[in-house]
Design a protein around this ligand. Sequence first.
Ligand code: ZN
Ligand code: ZN
Length: 349
Amino acid sequence: MREDLMKAAVLTGPRQIEIKQIPVTPVGPGMMEIKVSACGVCGSDVHMWTAGRGWGKQENCGFVMGHEFCGVVTNPGDSSFKPGDRVTFWANLYCGKCDQCMAGREHLCREVNGTNYIGFVCNGAYAERFVGKASNAYLLPDSVSDVAAGLIDPLMVAYHAIHRSKIRLHDKVLVVGSGIIGQMLGELARKAGASCVAMSSISEVKTRKAREIGIFDEYFDGSDPGIAERLKAASQGGFDIAFEAAGAASALNTCVNAVCPGGKVVMIGNSITPEVSFAMNRAVLQEVSLLGSVSCSRVEFEETIDLIAKGMIHPEKYVTDILPLEELQHAFERQIDPRDPMLKTVIKP
Ligand SMILES: [Zn+2]
Ligand SMILES: [Zn+2]
């Protein structure tokens, strides 16, 4: 029998993507195959691209990233899906058996540890086809476009962080960071009842994009040495909630200093260094709550699809580039260029 081949963007070394023909994984028990329609480019892909490897035991032919995707079922295997169904996959490879999974916190699954995702430990969807666990697939309503489905991943992260913050009507909200999650946080905070949403960012091009989209009330230059005073004045005594969406010590300190006494800081950004220094006494003496937030639960993943399906958010407006698979290498090169206005790229294989 001739081997079934497909075009894929293979990570073959540090900062090196090659377009290759690779074998399609056979559909085993509990698995299904889709033809990939769209796949979002994520910041965590950039980390793996830079390192030249994923988080799992990689096969010899290289590794295929891509965890924010949707497609059309070509082989449903033994699942209840039908050929032609439009589906998206939740990338989280949770065990479904541990205490966290049993409590509905699949994102904190003992087996996941922040890396056990599709496109991290096993091949993802920067390819013509994807074969994966059918139990991770969800039907896409017609009102969710392929491009919008490529943005479910950052949206679910923002959605979960909003839940973590327990935001209340009229709260004043600061977002530090201007990547895709930071931008979406502003929109969701506004929808959840914030009386004002401000953005602090060190990226001029991304702030410009945020101004264009027009969600935030105010924009601050995070590299301004007088940022703390400016934020305090603008919020008349401090923000109720600050979201750290940059993953940097300076951004965390901006948040800790910008909230009001008793305020909350929700940390979403992943720091490159495992430890950072921060204004501990400020957090202690002002009773600032520090909350970590990662990914989302399985229920929240389904609700995120529904947010888009019901028209509560139109994520397409955050997409700056829609590119073919052949452009993936270039997209990563642009992603690490701080002058590039790229906010979110969706690949259409
Ligand atoms: Zn992602
Ligand atoms: Zn588990």
